[in-house]
Design a protein around this ligand. Structure first.
Ligand code: HDE
Length: 742
């Protein structure tokens, strides 16, 4: 975990004397030297711990660092700092007045000659662009990628050759179904789209956090999307699949079975973007210098492990903090806790194409990691938030067809359709064919061709010639051979009749749905049953509910029976449990990496808390990489027995138990009955969500009263060091599923 401290301020910051920077970072505001963004824990001269999270004017000169990488340097030319500058029209005319329109007489009508009014309102009227038809709600950050070892034996892609090369990346995470203003924590697939700005042009790996898809052929995509979007007659529900049309699609398109199992699992309610896996989903090709190809699937593995929310928590967060995931990513990067993922590849040689009990081109199938190991080949770090969400995150245009030499496609019919769709959609969303010129989309290498004109063209192409073949410009721009870096498509032999149907090898829809179910641990299975019961419980059509239960009896009769019972339909008739015993431990989140790093702990603190000891615990938690947040009945200073002061940055009103990974009840001798009631509620909710709960000194009484002592993941103690050690372990363990709920 990085602790980024490019600019550490000691001295006066708006009247607060910063004595000690405990943890965090500061960032200059564009290249205006007078402002810095503080996101840090500092102690002021009175020993008060404060969390700074705002732009502060500072009295020192900060020099803007040169761009961190090629993409950052390129973006620099397009950045504009308006602060401190005179206001002008878009034509550069200085303005003398911006609050009153030009009128004929003080109480008279506005005049049409008021060019400033017209320009300002017209621009405002046109501020919105269409949101993405899917993946509308997203959040992005900049970073870089480095390969661990040369991949030369497999691919000639230049960005995968040299471990010393850092390739700039831009990554956008998204939900799929909801509109741009929907909540972050809905049950949904998450998009995981990465743009690599390589020296050979942009390479886009446009993936998801689930390794398979609902359908096998792109022509069905509009049907799938229409089924899960809000129903057209009443536009209900927003960002949910818990409704009739989605489940009607599922039961009538059984190829969705495997993906629906993932969608009903905890993978669809991630704890954080930083704790999600990413998958390229399709089978691609690597091609090496000698022209030899192999099949490849891409994986992103988060260094923090794969973790999820629980469903009740996810729903509550959607109301308490609809921006939960974007806030988490933004704050982690501002604090210098840069999220990291390792890139992994599974490779299958061409001669082994037909050696599996599934078709390796079928996007509803994984390649089980135990059969085809994931080779870890590099690391991606996200280390910079965007300057402007619209200009960067909204205008970025991904396309699975953006490839570089050494990476090629296969005949996966879902991928083939995507290769058409992504450019097409940008034309309407970004308003014309020149979206590649937008700063965020520009490659960092030069680009030249004979394409010209169109809405919003920015490049001024100099010269007389804009066609190929020509003699006036010596037949340039010229094409390059493969040896010179020109993209040469892999010469796969293709032969066949024109047909509209599905390959027989794509017809098994249940084996891997069963594999997924078999690979789940007991709590994961229970959550899947609950998710089906919730979703189908919201479906009104009894026949769709029944068909769904009958369909998933092909996966597990236990699952089908439990769901039938919960939603009031008949158990599946004569169903026998499928006879497949295979499992893949890599699919269970119970086997993931467990770390305390960047986990947020709500510290419930009342007045007259045990000063030195609570301070020791808070310090210990910070040292372990945990992020404590002080919560009290009112914001501001909370005073301990010995005069130690912590600043409560949250109150019982502004915050909520669901927003934390764990709760630490430190209490205080001066707690009022109202304080105790609120604290009990925080603790109870954390308990019901299987989170670690710690209590010391005056806080232990809350656990005693709630009868929560001696439960899994509940830690108490009087010795700060020992308590912190055990509490950190409980936080790292994430959820304590073996808890007896009361
Ligand atoms: Fe997409 N998808 N998709 N998709 N997709 C879009 O492109 C499409 C599919 C994915 O953050 C759209 O620019 C078709 C699979 C991500 O900007 C659109 C099919 C996977 C994003 C489109 C699929 C994805 C999109 C909408 C069926 C995982 C967000 C806006 C064959 C491998 C990218 C846009 C971002 C976005 C079409 C299926 C991932 C309409 C036709 C499978 C992460 O072009």
């Amino acid at each position: 975990m990085a602790n980024f401290k490019p600019y550490i301020h000691r001295g006066n910051i708006e009247g607060v004397y910063v004595k000690e920077l405990i943890k965090g970072c500061t960032k200059r505001r564009n290249n205006d030297l007078r402002f810095a963004f503080l996101f840090c824990r500092v102690r002021n001269e009175r020993g008060v711990m404060i969390l700074c999270k705002e732009w502060r004017q500072i009295g020192v000169n900060i020099e803007r660092k040169p761009g961190q990488n090629e993409k950052d340097r390129q973006l620099e030319q397009f950045r504009s700092i308006d602060e401190g500058k005179p206001m002008t029209t878009n034509e550069g005319l200085k303005l003398s007045e911006d609050e009153f329109s030009l009128k004929a007489g003080e109480r008279g009508p506005t005049l049409i000659e008021d060019f400033h009014f017209r320009e300002k309102i017209t621009h405002f009227d046109h501020e919105r662009i269409p949101e993405r038809v899917v993946h509308a709600r997203g959040y992005a950050a900049h970073g870089e990628f480095q390969v661990y070892e040369s991949m030369k034996p497999y691919t000639k892609a230049k960005f995968l050759q040299n471990p010393a090369v850092k390739t700039p990346v831009f990554v956008r995470f998204s939900t799929v179904a909801g509109s741009r203003g929907s909540a972050d924590t809905v049950r949904d697939v998450r998009g995981f789209a990465v743009k690599f700005y390589t020296e050979e042009g942009n390479y886009d790996l446009v993936g998801n956090n689930i390794p398979v898809f609902f359908i096998q052929d792109a022509i069905k995509f509009p049907d799938l999307v229409h089924s899960f979007k809000p129903e057209p007659h009443n536009e209900i529900p927003q960002a949910q699949t818990a409704h009739d049309t989605f489940w009607d699609f599922v039961v009538n398109n059984q190829e969705s079975a495997h993906m629906v199992m993932w969608h009903m699992s905890d993978r669809a309610i991630p704890r954080s973007f930083r704790m999600m896996e990413g998958f390229g989903v399709h089978t691609f090709r690597f091609v090496n210098e000698e022209g030899k190809a192999c099949f490849v699937k891409f994986h992103w593995k988060p260094k923090l492990g794969v973790h999820s929310l629980v469903w009740d928590e996810a729903q509550k967060i959607a109301g308490k903090d609809p921006d939960f995931h974007r806030r988490d990513l933004y704050e982690a990067i501002e604090m210098g806790n840069y999220p990291e993922w390792e890139l992994g590849v599974q490779m299958i040689q061409e001669e082994d194409e037909f050696n599996f009990d599934f078709d390796i081109l079928d996007p509803t199938k994984i390649w089980p990691e135990e059969e085809v190991p994931v080779k870890i080949i590099g690391k991606m770090t996200l280390n910079r938030n965007v300057d402007n969400v619209f200009a960067e995150t909204e205008q970025v245009a991904f396309h699975p067809g953006n490839v570089v030499p050494g990476i090629d496609f296969t005949n996966d019919p879902l991928l083939q359709g995507r290769l058409f769709s992504y450019t097409d959609t940008q034309l309407i969303r970004l308003g014309g064919p020149n979206f590649h010129e937008l700063p965020i989309n520009r490659p960092v290498c030069p680009f030249h061709n004979n394409q010209r004109d169109g809405y919003g063209r920015q490049t001024i192409n100099v010269g007389q010639v804009s066609y190929h073949r020509n003699s006036l410009a010596n037949n340039t721009p010229s094409v390059s051979s493969a040896q010179e870096g020109g993209y040469a498509h892999y010469q796969e032999k293709v032969e066949g009749r024109k047909v509209r149907n599905r390959s027989k090898s794509f017809e098994d829809h249940f084996s891997q749905a069963i594999l997924f179910w078999n690979s789940m641990g007991e709590p994961e299975k229970q959550h899947i049953i609950q998710a089906f019961s919730f979703e189908l419980g919201k479906v009104k059509s009894k026949s769709i509910k029944q068909k769904a239960v009958d369909m998933f009896a092909n996966v597990s009769t236990n699952l089908a029976n439990a769901v039938a019972n919960a939603i009031g339909v008949n158990p599946p008739e004569n169903a026998e449990d499928p006879k497949l015993e295979k499992s893949s431990p890599a699919l269970s989140m119970l086997n993931t990496v467990m770390l305390p790093d960047t986990r947020k702990v709500g510290v419930i603190l009342g007045s007259q808390f045990n000063g030195p000891k609570v301070a020791a615990v808070v310090k210990g938690l910070q040292a372990a990489g945990v992020l404590p947040v002080i919560i009290s009945d009112k914001a501001g200073d909370v005073k301990g027995t010995d005069g130690t002061i912590f600043e409560a940055t949250e109150t019982f009103l502004t915050s909520c138990s669901v927003l934390f990974d764990a709760i630490y009840a430190a209490g205080g001798q001066g707690s009022t009955p109202a304080f105790e009631k609120n604290a009990a509620q925080f603790i109870h909710e954390a308990f019901m969500h299987y989170k670690a709960i710690g209590a010391t000194f005056d806080g232990v009484v809350f656990l005693e009263k709630a009868n929560l002592l001696n439960q899994a993941g509940v830690v108490t103690g009087e010795d700060p060091r020992q308590f912190t050690e055990e509490f950190v372990k409980a936080i790292a363990a994430d959820r304590h599923w073996d808890r007896r709920l009361i």
